[in-house]
Ligand binder design. Structure first.
Ligand SMILES: CCCCCCCC/C=C\CCCCCCCC(=O)N[C@@H](CO)[C@H](O)/C=C/CCCCCCCCCCCCC
Ligand SMILES: O=c1ccn([C@@H]2O[C@H](COP(=O)(O)OP(=O)(O)O[C@H]3OC[C@@H](O)[C@H](O)[C@H]3O)[C@@H](O)[C@H]2O)c(=O)[nH]1
Length: 390
């Protein structure tokens, strides 16, 4: 066998192995999603539910902010406090929070204005005051765009068994109108859900910090929330220090319902590029594996490999591969949504195709510049996840 043939053989073998691995991820995600999502555990008795401090970092106002925050005033949970953080004293979010606090005087809610600068991460700087003032040993960090159902906090708390340190709501979206909303829902219900469910099912850290419950003492033991200010992916490192202390990270049954009032494909792509840049700085090998695990690129490579190894028609193989992937993604999305989809099958097809076709382009965009833009600030990420503000 010539060197060229040997190399081609090795690449084809690797591609086919990777292809089987990705199908394993599809299957695990579907089975684990069915097992875990939308199946609340029997709630512990109210005496067993410990108090929870919910930290809400806010920047600016969008048309859904009031109603999203209001859902936190309707939580059915015996003891919780709401700690709203606003970093700028001129931010109109202050008025929104004050209005809610006036409307619901029986709910224990406080507003913190101004940052404590502990690092470059604006979200951490914004949350530090509330973190220090939190009166309960359990903390929830919940981003501004999140809506909660009445039982959402009980659902999270009921997954906090003795050996669990962090409970995550898997990122998903609330129903909104328009194609951009469909596109976001398809992304979170397919690509994101597949990775999050398969990784969490085997205990791999696949954290997203938009809605998570954790034990404050574990973070204190690691030096407090302030020490995560040097990272932009503070969620990944919070999960990491919790695992290092011997506690598990689990998903709860209810996904995180993101419901930002502004929804556009351009802004969503910027967010995906930012996340991709974070991941590349944390786990550089993902720069190689992530694009290879995408439907279109993997399909092209494996179709070639199948022809090279077994003489199978590449076009037929590619079309079958895409069709099966599409069906698996549709099945997973239905599991995550747990009900009829708020759009037609045709809209799903268009949004799905667009995401799959653009995946590689977005990956390339994430390598174009070392500067990460987040909420009007620019950061430079170094290997290992440490960032500097530019
Ligand atoms: C030949 C193909 C081999 C396939 C290998 C698998 C490649 C994994 C592909 C994609 C990575 C998934 C990323 C998940 C989304 C994370 C969302 C995110 O970016 N969050 C950031 C912002 O909140 C956060 O700061 C970063 C977190 C880092 C997460 C790293 C996750 C690694 C997950 C790997 C999944 C492997 C699953 C294996 C299951 C058997
Ligand atoms: O400077 C900032 C930036 C953001 N934030 C807050 O941080 C939360 C998340 O911000 P965005 O919605 O812009 O960003 P994302 O949803 O993409 O964040 C996600 O990815 C990056 C991670 O570090 C976050 O933990 C995760 O939530 C919001 O509640 C926002 O108000 C701040 O408080 N200050």
């Amino acid at each position: 066998m010539s060197i060229a043939h040997f190399c081609a053989f090795a690449v084809a073998l690797f591609a086919i192995g990777g292809w089987f691995f990705v199908w394993l991820m599809h299957i695990v995600a579907i089975l684990y999603g069915k097992y875990r999502l939308h199946r609340m555990l029997p709630p512990p008795s109210p005496e067993d539910l410990q108090g929870i401090s919910i930290i809400k970092p806010l920047v600016g106002v969008d048309p859904n902010l009031f109603s999203n925050l209001e859902t936190f005033f309707h939580l059915k949970y015996p003891a919780y406090e709401l700690l709203f953080c606003v970093q700028d004293e001129n931010d109109p979010a202050i008025m929104v929070v004050q209005k809610l606090i006036e409307t619901y005087p029986k709910i224990n809610a406080k507003l913190f204005i101004g940052i404590t600068k502990v690092g470059a991460n604006g979200k951490i700087n914004n949350m530090v005051k509330a973190y220090e003032a939190a009166k309960y040993d359990l903390l929830v960090i919940s981003d501004s765009s999140i809506r909660m159902i009445e039982d959402g906090l009980t659902d999270m708390a009921s997954f906090l068994k003795e050996d669990v340190g962090l409970v995550l709501q898997m990122p998903y979206t609330y129903n909104r109108k328009g194609f951009a909303a469909t596109y976001e829902k398809v992304f979170f219900g397919t690509w994101q859900a597949r990775n999050a469910l398969s990784a969490n099912s085997v205990g791999i850290n696949c954290s997203t910090g938009m809605s998570c419950l954790f034990r404050k003492d574990l973070i204190e033991d690691a030096g407090g929330l302030a020490q995560f200010g040097k990272y932009l992916a503070e969620d990944y490192f919070i999960s990491k220090v919790i695992s290092e202390r011997g506690y598990r990270t689990v998903l709860c049954s209810q996904p995180a319902m993101q419901n930002s009032g502004y929804c556009s494909i351009g802004d969503f792509h910027k967010r995906l590029i930012r996340w991709s840049m974070l991941r590349a700085s944390l786990l550089p090998h993902l720069m190689f594996f992530e694009p290879l695990s995408e439907c279109m690129l993997l399909g092209v490579i494996v179709s070639w490999a199948m022809e090279y190894m077994f003489g199978i028609s590449p076009m037929g193989f590619f079309l079958l591969h895409v069709l099966l992937w599409f069906l698996c993604d549709y099945t997973l999305l239905r599991i995550v949504e747990n009900g009829p989809l708020p759009f037609s099958k045709f809209e799903f097809l268009v949004a799905w195709l667009l995401r799959e076709v653009l995946a590689f382009y977005l990956t390339l965009q994430s390598h174009r510049t070392p500067y990460i833009k987040w909420r009007h600030k620019s950061y430079k990420a170094h290997w290992g996840g440490i960032i500097e503000e530019v």
